[in-house]
Design a protein around this ligand. Structure first.
Ligand code: FE2
Ligand code: FE2
Length: 280
């Protein structure tokens, strides 16, 4: 295959009680149906709240199973719980092996790799990083084998949380540490990927659309497919709108298109909180 087309969706946050998010997913489904990429990757927060609602995870998986294209998944903090960080309060709920197992059982593999169009694609579970769970070490062992196999080829990394805001050595602050891969796992990842030709890091989580390069790696933040977080609740770093991202990989190059499907609506987080009957 000399060309590989991949569509990234993220932060779908699906649950039966959120019709606005379901409608946005259906708009994406129609877009994907017309466009027929080779693969769809959902970079996490697939369900509205996997740890407390097994039904959200099952509902989200049923909607993805109805897509006319093969899918791969990566967990978000709303699927398996969140990372502990060295600064700031412990996030709730913390990631656990039981939540991770539920994700693998109901949604699919939480880390993966494959090759296409001369590229090496790696998907990582970013929520176990810094957790001390046995799987954190297991995944790093697996990753070092994948990195050796990727030598000499361009590589693309997919994960829920961005690696950093602007630079690998950005300091962690109590208010924003949970937004990025926490230290010291972040530095370890960057060092490992520094040994190969990493061209792309594609993440979700922030619910803002962003596209920037650091050295020769392009960092794409996919927007949420479902909803935006207003400025009163979250600082504005980039573009706050719902949408998806389309990639076209060829043996030594790739293109990125930032897309908004016809019918996708910028649902605001307040509408969801009102349905939940209380603050998030
Ligand atoms: Fe999210
Ligand atoms: Fe998230």
């Amino acid at each position: 295959m000399s060309e590989f087309r991949l569509t990234q969706i993220s932060d779908t946050h699906l649950g039966r009680r959120f019709p606005g998010l379901i409608a946005n997913f259906q708009a994406i489904r129609a877009h994907i149906d017309g466009n027929r990429p080779d693969l769809v990757v959902n970079t996490g927060d697939i369900a509205f709240d996997g740890p407390t609602s097994r039904d959200d995870a099952m509902f989200a998986k049923d909607l993805h199973d109805a897509l006319p294209v093969a899918c791969r998944y990566l967990p978000g903090n709303h699927d398996i719980g969140d990372n502990p960080t060295a600064v700031g309060p412990a996030p709730k709920p913390p990631v656990t092996e039981a939540y991770r197992q539920q994700f693998c059982d109901l949604i699919g593999e939480d880390h993966w790799s494959f090759e296409a169009a001369g590229w090496c694609f790696i998907g990582l579970n970013s929520l176990v990083m810094n957790s001390g769970l046995a799987f954190e070490a297991e995944q790093f062992d697996w990753l070092s084998r994948e990195i050796s196999r990727a030598a000499g080829r361009p590589a693309a990394l997919f994960l829920h949380k961005p690696l950093f805001l602007d630079r690998p050595d950005d300091a962690e602050t109590p208010g924003t540490a949970i937004r990025y891969v926490p230290q010291p796992a972040r530095a370890r990842l960057i060092e490992m990927f520094g040994t190969i030709d990493l061209r792309l890091v594609a993440s979700g989580h922030v619910h803002q659309r962003r596209d920037f390069s650091y050295r020769h790696t392009r960092h794409i933040w996919a927007p949420s497919a479902g909803f935006v977080i207003n400025d009163a609740r979250q600082d504005r770093i980039a573009i706050k709108e719902v949408g998806l991202v389309e990639y076209r990989f060829r043996p030594d190059s790739f293109e990125v298109r930032h897309v908004r499907a016809v019918g996708q609506v910028d649902v605001d987080i307040e509408e969801l909180l009102a349905r939940m009957g209380g603050p998030h």
